[in-house]
Design a protein around this ligand. Structure first.
Ligand code: NAD
Length: 261
């Protein structure tokens, strides 16, 4: 028995990183998964590895209204219904607020914040039709605190918590629970762009990151994308049946307090 037997879940940003691990884990736990991304080649390859009856890939720019209608249609056509969504796609840009061009600010807002809103709006009715289910939004530790140089990103991640709380209240009557994961530093291309370098050694890169976070994070290392997938699984499955509207920080204790050592 898998924890998600019979479920059909759309995961955005599933071509790599945390979304990829979520798609793989959910399929291992019995769900059928629609992987959505703009990285078509990578997304198709992951879906193929998971297996045709368990997964399918759909091109989706999460900031596109039409794209969302297509993703919901693809899920229904492929698997008959949708009863879960993981809004995971996101982008990060580094800049001081006073140096941030408006188009850069809007690009991050459109993917992270508008993408999450459109996902809830497009998928919640289908989850309601299926008799209820779950939405997991991907915020960040920067949804709970400030971080210099990522002001635009932090603003969108704070906004995702607002969307999560309101959606939880508005959708509870349809049997839909809505929660958010707030990852700290996780070892994906976002925090570790060297992962995109085909000549780099992935284990050495992870060790270098662990070294960097040894002093910053009480648990002394960077997080692994599979650990975030485990939390998303908890929030998607029945083990979290009485939980909705909540942010869940997964950061190795980084936000636990101020360190003097
Ligand atoms: N890695 C971290 O340290 C960290 C920390 C906190 C929160 N997060 C959040 O976790 C989520 C996953 O990021 P990740 O760490 O796996 O990074 P990642 O860059 O490896 O993955 C992000 C995925 O989103 C996809 N994507 C980007 N724009 C898109 C769009 N417009 N439409 C559809 N897909 C799009 C990318 O193609 C990619 O596959 C993001 O929301 C990110 O903000 C990451």
């Amino acid at each position: 028995m898998g924890k998600l037997d019979g479920r059909v879940v759309i995961v955005t940003g599933a071509a790599r990183g945390q979304g990829e691990q979520e798609a793989r884990l959910f399929a291992e736990e019995g769900a059928r998964v629609v992987l959505a991304d703009v990285l078509d080649e990578q997304g198709e390859a992951v879906a193929k590895e998971i297996g045709e009856g368990r997964a399918r890939y759909v091109h989706l720019d999460v900031s596109s209204e039409e794209g969302w209608a297509g993703a919901v249609a693809a899920a229904k056509e492929g698997f008959g219904k949708v009863d879960g969504l993981v809004n995971n796609a996101g982008i990060l840009r580094f800049n001081a607020l006073v140096d941030t061009p408006l188009d850069e600010f809007m690009q991050v807002v459109n993917v992270n914040q508008v993408g999450c809103f459109l996902g809830i709006r497009a998928v919640a009715p289908a989850i309601g039709e299926a008799g209820g289910g779950t939405i997991v939004n991907t915020a960040s530790y920067t949804a709970m605190t400030g971080m210099a140089a990522v002001g635009t990103y932090a603003a969108t991640k704070h906004a995702i918590l607002g969307l999560t709380r309101v959606a939880a209240m508005e959708l509870a009557g349809d049997g839909i629970r809505v929660n958010a994961v707030c990852p700290g530093a996780i070892d994906t291309a976002m925090s570790n762009p060297a992962q995109l370098d085909p000549d780099a050694d992935p284990e050495a890169m992870t060790e270098a990151l662990d070294e960097l976070y040894r002093k910053l994070v009480p648990l002394g290392r960077v997080g692994r994308p599979r650990e975030v997938a485990d939390l998303a699984l908890f929030l998607t499955g029945q083990d979290s049946s009485y939980i909705t509207g909540q942010p869940f920080v997964i950061d190795g204790g980084w936000l636990a307090g101020v360190s003097i050592v």
